[in-house]
Design a protein around this ligand. Sequence first.
Ligand SMILES: Cc1ncc(COP(=O)(O)O)c(C=O)c1O
Length: 455
Amino acid sequence: MHMPGHKRQAIAGGGLPLELDITEISGFDNLHQPEGILQQSMQQAATLYGAKQSYFLVNGSSGGILAGICTACKPHSTIIMARGCHKSVYHAVELRQLTPVYLCAELDETFGVAKSITPEQVKQALAAYPDAALVLLTSPTYEGVISDIASIAELCHAHRIPLMVDEAHGAHLGFSPRFSGGAVAAGADIVIQSLHKTFPSPTQTAIAHRNGDLINAKEFARQLSIFQTSSPSYLLMAGIDDCLHFVQKNQSELFDAYVQRLDTFSQAMVQLKHLRILCHGKDRFENHGGFFAFDQGKIVISTRSTSLTGTQLKDRLRDEFCIELEMAMGDYALAMTSICDTDEMMQRLTDALLAIDATLSPAQTPLPLTVSLPPMHLAPWQAQLEDSAIVSLQDAENEICAESIWAYPPGIPLITAGECITSDFLCQIRLLLEQGVELYAQTSDFPHQIAIVLR
Ligand SMILES: Cc1ncc(COP(=O)(O)O)c(C=O)c1O
């Protein structure tokens, strides 16, 4: 006589495994006050990752990111953060009314993706803002670029400032010598990983890790219970538990096969004449001086100097070969791999890329614009509190933006509320739209219109 209302009877479950969908009945513990099976399972996860404490997340990395930032940052404090952070970071910045200090990664000259954030950049920011409450980086990035977290953690800790790493794309790091660069082992204080992105775990499942003594454990647990539902799904939590046991039990077999599949793919990609694949095929990690490390599981396919845009490549793979990629930007597209791809799947991707490449000829394509960061006139939260108006894009130049604009994926803002709508920004938007990249805004009917602060 308790929830859920389906009573584990699949009368309208559409084939879902409702018999497994239980709730906090006796013997089944409580995620928000773990003392039994969930606590035990989370302790096993902490041992597996080498963390002091691990927490299951049922609201994706997004929930963990919001909770981590709100734990480390008192309202109105300063956060030193990579500009290329996911929008959940920006949401926390807005909620907590923080002042962001951005670390901008340089763009790789040949592929146009963001390089690593360097320890030197962090050192300079720490010297300029020694009272910052938190340093936050994304590593690996969506495209697989990893930063030197160990050196950066050391710099932060010398100032007693915690380091949080959004490792949403890196739950698999550290499970094989070929996938190094994990932030828990490197000493970050909070690390957030989406298990559903690179591991066999259901959508929405993620995990947070806490290390060291700079993050208050009680406050982190309290913040997690604010940002997570009071009815966490046992289907999702069982999915996490199963996933981690499966990976631990079959670790070397799974990762050896994965590395083998990627190596075979990489060797075949040497035959490409026009498309290029980041750190695979003819391209080498050594060509990218600005990368500290790279996750070879990310297949970034550059269409630069061909007649295709990234979006057109994504469309051709879908329409002609039934292969759906993870994302496409101006002149590249991204295929995500994991330990669960099969040899056959990788072979199909290989054949499709070679077939498309054979139809291409060299072309002059516009180089992506190097857009300087739009000047910040107001902190994002201040801009959100101001009166705003919706105007057409062509009337918006030099106005202060009142919303965030992003491409999804990857969900990284191109501009945020409080920043100036520069002519550079407008050119970048036009180019991305021409290249077929879909852009989204928080409030306006973008790209026809945009929200501006009324002055
Ligand atoms: C870098 C990064 N961080 C965080 C997230 C949010 O992860 P989740 O979807 O698990 O909430 C994403 C999602 O795409 C992401 O790319």
